[in-house]
Design a protein around this ligand. Structure first.
Ligand SMILES: Cc1cc2nc3c(=O)[nH]c(=O)nc-3n(C[C@H](O)[C@H](O)[C@H](O)COP(=O)(O)OP(=O)(O)OC[C@H]3O[C@@H](n4cnc5c(N)ncnc54)[C@H](O)[C@@H]3O)c2cc1C
Length: 355
């Protein structure tokens, strides 16, 4: 079967590799650079936090996210270059005045036995955390992955598999009869075609903090948006990420930098002497519901996968396997059926392909 995939973000790359490994003929088109991606996927923090994120999303995110963690754990062993992966869990904390957010998370997680442990003294787990913070919750099954190493390694694997890759090649239309199916993974590039798709700005910083020894992902709950500190080897930390209703990828704002860095400092005073290595901002593709969609147009032979919002790394491997199953067996895996919609109107105002 001949498959065209449009867009080489995390969704397009993951799908291309799953299909190529299953002997589909895959062609991958990318508007910009393939080797130096400048897309939403390339700036992501790589948190795999199905429990903590279920507060913002659907409970079914938990099952998908846990499946994704297993999928990445297995997949990185097969990739040609190393990918940093850590599954030591997430420590959620909140300042006294923002403690209600912890209670809300606990209420949501009550239905998932074993998902969390209430912690009276977070210093038992992370001795260096400031004593202003003491109550917390530990989510032992959560993980994190280096998005940048994964994007790179998936790219290398696609090349090694012989997938035909057309980079710097913006697609306006494809000849339908050249392919059995076309899968549109354009993220915000599909905004003018997919109704309700919007950009949600996210900003983050990469820090080097030699005076800080934090081993677990720390998530600081607050009423606005969750802030996280992600430890990486050699005292590197990722601090993020804002969640602002604006399609704006301009550089990190002073307001956001102050807010994020103040939270980091409140967790550990050693961040005062940290160095800011890099800052990033990009827009997450999201639908009104903040839930992703897999839109199937059988008449046109097009599948749109979009709206991955804050969860591209949590959804991509599960969606990719589900698309592979659909193409082979014309049935969708039960985990993804809540996200599948059918669009059989040949004149659908979606991605136009020449016939
Ligand atoms: C600051 C920040 C932090 C984040 N942290 C996390 C996290 O910790 N965990 C997590 O799971 N998610 C995270 N996300 C969300 C995640 O990055 C997104 O959900 C994900 O990147 C979406 O992937 P995608 O492949 O759908 O889109 P994209 O990454 O946007 O890829 C789409 C690709 O399509 C290409 N394209 C567009 N139009 C065309 C065209 N006409 N022809 C050819 N190619 C085209 C684009 O150039 C692009 O390369 C974060 C996002 C941000 C901004």
């Amino acid at each position: 079967m001949n498959i065209a995939i449009v867009g080489a973000g995390i969704m397009g790359r993951t799908l291309a590799l799953v299909l190529a490994n299953t002997h589909f003929n895959v062609v991958l088109y990318e508007k910009n650079s393939f080797h130096r991606p400048n897309n939403c996927s390339a700036v992501a923090a790589g948190m795999l936090s199905p429990y903590a994120e279920s507060l913002l999303c659907l409970p079914s995110l938990v099952a998908i996210g846990l499946a994704a963690i297993e999928a990445w754990r297995a997949q990185i062993k097969t990739l040609p270059t190393p990918v940093f992966f850590d599954d030591t869990g997430t420590l959620c904390v909140a300042h006294r005045e923002e403690r209600s957010a912890l209670h809300r998370l606990q209420e949501v997680l009550l239905q998932h036995s074993g998902a969390y442990q209430v912690i009276d003294h977070v210093q038992d787990l992370e001795p260096e955390i400031d004593t202003n913070l003491h109550a917390g919750m530990f989510l032992p099954q959560e993980a994190q992955i280096s998005a940048q190493m994964l994007m790179h390694s998936l790219g290398e694997a696609l090349i090694a598999q012989g997938v035909r890759i057309f980079a710097n090649y913006p697609i306006k239309q494809l000849k339908r009869h050249d392919y059995d199916w076309i899968v549109d993974c354009r993220g915000l590039g599909a905004k003018t075609h997919l109704q309700g798709l919007r950009g949600v700005r996210g900003e983050l910083l990469h820090l080097h903090a030699p005076n800080v020894n934090i081993k677990h992902v720390v998530r600081i709950l607050n009423p606005h948006y969750p802030i996280y500190l992600i430890p990486r080897p050699n005292h590197r930390y990722i601090l993020g990420a804002t969640c602002i209703e604006a399609q704006d990828s301009s550089p990190l704002s002073v307001r956001s930098a102050l807010e994020l860095l103040s939270y980091a400092y409140s967790v550990h005073k050693g961040f005062a002497e940290a160095r800011i290595l890099k800052t990033f901002s990009h827009c997450r593709p999201a639908f009104d519901s903040n839930l992703p969609k897999i839109m199937v147009n059988e008449s046109l032979g097009v599948i749109h996968i979009n709206g991955l919002f804050r969860h591209g790394y949590l959804f991509a491997p599960v969606f990719a396997n589900a698309v592979m199953q659909f193409l082979g067996e014309t049935s969708w895996h039960e985990l993804v059926t809540p996200f599948v919609t059918w669009e059989d109107n040949v004149n659908a105002p979606s991605f136009r392909f020449a016939t």
